[in-house]
Write a protein that binds this ligand. Structure first.
Ligand code: ADE
Ligand code: ZN
Ligand code: ZN
Length: 254
């Protein structure tokens, strides 16, 4: 997602944090002079424009997405789809582990938190987990609003901005909408991130997601913006679940 999508996901999660998780988020983010997940949700992308962060950007850029290689079935096969752990599924698993490890320095856990907030959003953007050989739609050119664009950008930001809402308004709108049942939470010990990526991939395989004639007509937005909204909501609620688990108070000594 672009800045709007990531801020919306973070704000939705913030609204569903447990008191213990919220307190730990506030403590970890204190050096950044914020307690708000939305304020740090875009850091993982912003380092792209900071020469001082060039090395970290280079090491982490492949952690924003996964490209499935099994065709439209979208089954996750790690050695094929996430070679050397360089994909968003493995990245989320890794950073959630660092975040939940209280023996790690706060600085490492703070950085892990910022990555988790960002990647939980990206993994729910369908085209961050596609199966076609088009860099998640980045090389699929489209006409949108009378201008040249590509399908990835339309999903990252173009469609979301057609609502004309800022991130707080957008989050409010999604959070007060009629509750949609979330897919059942997976068992805590499973790797839920593979499931989230597979869901994204299966959305990219649905008929019509790749628009006929490479043209994004108003009917495309009518059909697919609600799907983008659903993914933002799922991302926000699941991010809250992950943070509430990882940042639960340490078990009381027996
Ligand atoms: N670069 C290559 N594949 C990508 C994807 N699926 N999403 C974003 N950037 C990418
Ligand atoms: Zn993107
Ligand atoms: Zn990203």
């Amino acid at each position: 997602w672009g800045p709007l999508g990531h801020s919306v996901v973070a704000e939705l999660a913030q609204r569903h944090l447990s008191p213990a998780a919220e307190a730990e988020v506030e403590r970890l983010l204190a050096p950044e002079h914020t307690g708000s997940l939305a304020d740090v949700a875009n850091w993982a992308d912003q380092m792209q424009n900071d020469p001082a962060m060039a090395s970290l950007w280079k090491q982490t850029r492949s952690q924003h997405y996964i490209n499935f290689h099994g065709g439209p079935s979208c089954d996750y096969v790690p050695p094929r789809d996430c070679r050397d752990g360089r994909c968003v599924v493995a990245a989320l698993q890794y950073y959630v582990g660092v975040l939940g490890d209280r023996s790690k320095p706060d600085a490492a856990r703070r950085q892990a938190l910022k990555f988790v907030v960002h990647f939980a959003g990206d993994i729910h953007q369908p085209l961050h987990a596609g199966y076609r050989d088009d860099k998640g739609g980045n090389t699929y050119q489209v006409q949108f609003d009378g201008k040249g664009s590509n399908l990835h950008r339309v999903w990252d930001s173009g469609m979301l901005y057609t609502r004309g809402l800022d991130w707080q308004q957008y989050a409010q709108r999604l959070d007060s909408a009629v509750p949609v049942p979330l897919p059942a939470p997976v068992a805590p010990l499973d790797n839920p991130y593979a499931q989230w990526a597979e869901e994204s991939c299966r959305i990219t395989a649905e008929t019509g997601l790749y628009p006929t004639g490479h043209k994004i007509a108003p009917a495309y937005v009518t059909t697919w913006l609600p799907v983008a909204d659903r993914r933002l909501r799922e991302a926000g609620r699941r991010l809250a679940q992950v943070l509430n688990l990882a940042l639960a108070p340490a078990a009381a000594p027996q």
